[in-house]
Ligand binder design. Structure first.
Ligand SMILES: [Zn+2]
Length: 403
């Protein structure tokens, strides 16, 4: 694997909410990981002169709905995963694979939902897909499951289990057992919150249910698409301690309420982001950036903290080692800058104003997947220059796509 040096970095976003920006000017990458900050400047196969661009962790979409690889029947489209990569997302977590055509949500059985999760996971494998690390195999929990079902899910590398159609209030004991079984296998539990989803059959969930279920993550707390009541949002922030996810599919007013309350009480570490797509909201390759820009430009979250919420926070909540840029961590990162005509002079300025960054390079596990120009963003005003001294590197301006 080539050794890569990224130099002449203008701003360095760490993805760590505790220290979201650092004065790092160059980084060395080897064996898919960040080797060092501000290292010696020679001995590399590839040198990228960032030209004053920012380096940002690859974005982590905590809430997607895959079905079979690059195909999504939710909007009859192909190629969505690669398009999200060009929007800056390098890791995704499935929040359930419910869009299989013809699936009868009223007739789900333990074997069927487990098999669905296993099949979807198998269409992504354990490897990157189009440069994106997709964590699929998130089961849609139903009554009657046994520990053997959870064993099967853990064996295919699932990260999450999801309460969506599950009748929580009439099956409290069993639901609590599922949360414990998941934790015992290193799986996180996520629950649909708010009103009924596009399926028409998801369960309503607000403060009362969350308070006894105590899942690891409350999904799309500001709506996906319908939020819980304002009163419930306030109580969930004030009285509970679980991770709270905000999604592109939600209610803007509820989003402002949620984020302001978390910020004012010093609890932004609980906030994670996802797109909740593909689905009724559509396919949004730049959805994660739109979430971050909403936090910064509408909710008053400092730009670097907003980035950390969509990277380090989201990764940590799901038990992943990505999302934070530090020596030893995976080299999943974006090189980007303000678009011509954007507000301010730095990427922080642009994000604070709510302006989409221009992405020039995307690296996943130290591999250069996009080189020179994303096909999903306007070009950055800053123009990195890549010099290759090794073999097998993509030429600048010819982003790779499908495996
Ligand atoms: Zn969803």
């Amino acid at each position: 694997m080539p050794r890569i040096l990224i130099t002449n970095i203008g701003e360095f976003f760490t993805g760590d909410l505790a220290e979201p920006i650092q004065a790092v000017q160059s980084i060395a990458i080897a064996d898919g990981r960040i080797e060092a900050f501000d290292p010696p400047q020679d001995g590399y196969n590839v040198v990228i002169d960032a030209g004053g661009s920012a380096v940002v962790p690859g974005l982590i979409d905590g809430h997607v709905h895959p079905v079979l690889g690059e195909w999504t029947p939710a909007q009859d489209a192909i190629g969505w995963v690669g398009n999200y990569l060009h929007g800056g997302t390098t890791t995704m977590l499935s929040a359930g694979e419910l869009h299989a055509p013809g699936l009868d949500y009223g007739a789900l059985t333990p074997d069927l939902v487990t098999s669905l999760a296993v099949v979807t996971a198998s269409t992504f494998g354990s490897q990157r897909w189009s440069g994106v690390k997709v964590h699929a195999g998130t089961v849609l929990l139903v009554p009657g499951m046994t520990e053997a079902h959870f064993d099967r899910l853990a064996a295919v590398g699932a990260r999450l289990v999801k309460f969506l159609f599950y009748p929580l209030e009439s099956h409290r004991d069993e639901a609590s057992r599922y949360v414990a079984w998941a934790r015992a296998r290193g799986l996180r539990s996520k629950v649909h919150t708010g009103g009924v989803s596009r399926s028409g059959l998801s369960q309503i969930c607000g403060y009362d249910t969350l308070s006894w279920l105590q899942p690891d993550i409350a999904a799309h707390v500001s709506g996906g698409p319908i939020p819980m009541s304002d009163h419930d949002i306030d109580r969930v922030v004030d009285d509970l301690s679980m991770t709270l996810e905000m999604c592109s599919s939600g209610n803007y007013g509820s989003g402002v309420r949620l984020v302001n309350r978390l910020r004012e009480s010093g609890q932004l570490h609980r906030l994670t982001l996802g797109s909740d797509t593909p689905g009724g909201t559509g396919i949004i390759p730049r959805g994660m950036w739109r979430n971050i820009l909403f936090l910064a430009s509408v909710c008053g979250v400092p730009a670097a903290e907003a980035v950390a919420i969509g990277t380090g926070n989201t990764a940590r909540a799901h038990g992943l080692d990505v999302g934070i840029l530090a020596p030893g961590r995976p080299a999943d990162l974006l090189i980007c800058g303000p678009v011509e005509g954007s507000a301010g002079t730095t990427l922080s300025d642009a994000i604070t104003h709510g302006d989409l960054p221009g992405i020039s390079h995307v690296l996943t596990a130290g591999e250069i997947i996009v080189a020179g120009r994303s096909r999903q963003t306007p070009p950055s005003r800053l123009k990195p220059v890549m010099t290759c001294c090794g073999q097998g590197m993509p030429a600048a301006g010819t982003p790779t796509t499908q495996p």
